[in-house]
Every structure is written in C-alpha cells, then in structure tokens.
Design a protein around this ligand. Sequence first.
Ligand SMILES: Cc1cc2nc3c(=O)[nH]c(=O)nc-3n(C[C@H](O)[C@H](O)[C@H](O)COP(=O)(O)OP(=O)(O)OC[C@H]3O[C@@H](n4cnc5c(N)ncnc54)[C@H](O)[C@@H]3O)c2cc1C
Length: 285
Amino acid sequence: MVNEQKKRVAIIGGGITGLTVAYYLQKEVMSKGLNLEYQLFESNQQLGGKIQTDYSNGFVIERGPDSFLARKQSAARLAKEVGLEKELVYNDSGQSFVLKGDELYPIPGGAIMGIPTKVAPFATTKLFTPLGKLRAAGDLFIPKTSSSNEDQSLGQFFRKRLGDEVVENLIEPLLSGIYAGDIDRLSLLATFPQFHQVEQKYRSLILGMSKAMPKPTKPAKTKQTTKSKGMFLSFKGGLQSLVEGIENHLDEDAVKKETGIERVEKVESNTSLLLRVAMLSCLTM
Ligand SMILES: Cc1cc2nc3c(=O)[nH]c(=O)nc-3n(C[C@H](O)[C@H](O)[C@H](O)COP(=O)(O)OP(=O)(O)OC[C@H]3O[C@@H](n4cnc5c(N)ncnc54)[C@H](O)[C@@H]3O)c2cc1C
C-alpha cells in the first residue's frame, strides 16, 4: 500500500467564508476518511470577521451584517446543520432610519435603494433641503448620462442623476454598506448593472424605478390574514450565533486565533505544488 503523505490545508481568515470552508472540509474528511488535516488561521482574537453582534439592555445590535437572503438556502442549511434551526428568525423590518449629523431621519417611503419613486414622502422629508429635492427632480428631465456599455462609478452615476445631497444623505449609506466600499470607486456595471439598464430603457431613474416596481397585489380574501414572511433571515441572538455554532463544531486544535498570516510562498516539490504559509505569530503548522 502506498503510504500517502497527509495533505495539509491552511484556511486563512476566520470570517464566515473561512469558517464555512473549515466546517465542510472537516465534514468531508470525517465522512470519507480523507487523509487530510486543516488549520484555520485568524489574526483576530475572535472569529467571525465582519460579523459581530453586541448585546445591550436586552437588544441585539449588529455591528456589520444583520441578516441573509432567505431565498439563498445555503446559509439556513448550514445553520440547521450546526443545530441552530430553532434560532432562525425572519427579520421583521419596521421603519428604517438614516443618521444625518446627530439625528435619525426615517427613510422616505417608496425609496428603492434610495431612489425616490413616490412624490409625497420625498417632498415632505426633512432629510434633504428644498434645493436638494429640486436637484433630485432634475432626473426627470436630464438625458442619459452613459452610453450602452460605458462604465462609471456608482457615485458618479447617481450624483449626475440625482445630485450630491440625495447621494450623500441616502444612497451612499444604503449602497456602500452592501459592498463595504466607497461608491465613488465602485463600478456601476459590476455592482448594480440594473440601474444602468433602467437609465438606458427609461432615461429617468425615478420614472424607470417606479415602472419597474411590482404593483401591490390585493391579498386573497381569507378569514384570517397571515403576515407574509420576510425576505431575510437571522438568528434570535444575532448573526454571531452562526459564527459560534460553526466554531463549536470545529476541531479546537485546528483553529488558531491571533495568528495572522504574513505571506504564502510556493515550495518546489517533485510530486506536488506545496504552499508554505508564514505566520505573524509564533504557532507552527
Ligand atoms: C456594514 C456591513 C453590512 C453588511 N451587511 C450584510 C448583510 O446584511 N447581509 C449580507 O449577506 N452581507 C452583508 N455584508 C457583507 C458581509 O458582511 C461579508 O460579505 C462577509 O461577512 C464577508 O465574510 P468573509 O469571511 O469573506 O470576510 P471577513 O468577514 O472580512 O473575514 C475575513 C477574516 O480574515 C481575517 N484575516 C484577514 N487577513 C488575515 C491574515 N493575513 N491572516 C489571518 N487572518 C486574516 C480577518 O481578521 C477576518 O476575520 C455587510 C458588510 C458590511 C461591512
């Protein structure tokens, strides 16, 4: 029998990506008896990366992501596997607010990703000055700002269509959170090609988004009206529960916290390509 050398896998980063990789890799190793071991390296003291939940006065406060799309079933499936099925909850989103200066302002009704589709809530909101509102209304008249395949930054696109004020007070907080980036440096075509398509088709974003909005359907007449489920799922104790749930299933010795990887190098070998990881702290592989 050939004495195969044990394969060693380094997973760099203990955010949700690295944790998921570790969980499913460990599952494969165990179920198929693979000759493989892994180690997960996380530079921080705690796992989870962007996912961080705070608990204060009985409130669950998310410092980063707060939910995941229910229609993409992989996260819920993973949650069930790690024993969190009963902890899953649909987000009950009420009124959302945006912080401007030191004050919270309700997000005007009818805003789709910050784009106004209803007149009254935008006309009456205190989130924008009268001049800012007038500038946003310019979208109804100004020509297309891009040709069919021309890319530009998200910021450039929205600033040209709706003006700086609507972008800075509403669109930027909503959109940059999704990609955790600067909207003046994010590509329109790579992130939100649908807005480019709306402009190409309808010229005005306000008119286009109003037309693209699905019309509200009348609820079927039943004795009992049941509340429809939301689009997003989280956990009673916040997303940190998923991080902890996965961590509890990982081999303790395979998880190295406070161990940053400094570089990854190729190592020549007769049989295979090996990688050597160099750590910032002193643990050995
Ligand atoms: C404010 C905000 C809100 C968001 N809201 C949502 C939301 O509601 N729903 C949603 O689905 N997504 C949301 N996202 C996106 C989501 O948070 C990320 O896509 C996801 O958390 C990324 O996970 P990750 O594991 O790939 O990266 P990260 O979470 O960034 O994890 C990377 C990990 O690698 C570690 N690391 C980095 N370099 C090294 C190194 N050299 N050595 C060792 N360790 C290293 C880091 O410390 C970190 O723990 C949001 C993002 C932000 C910022």
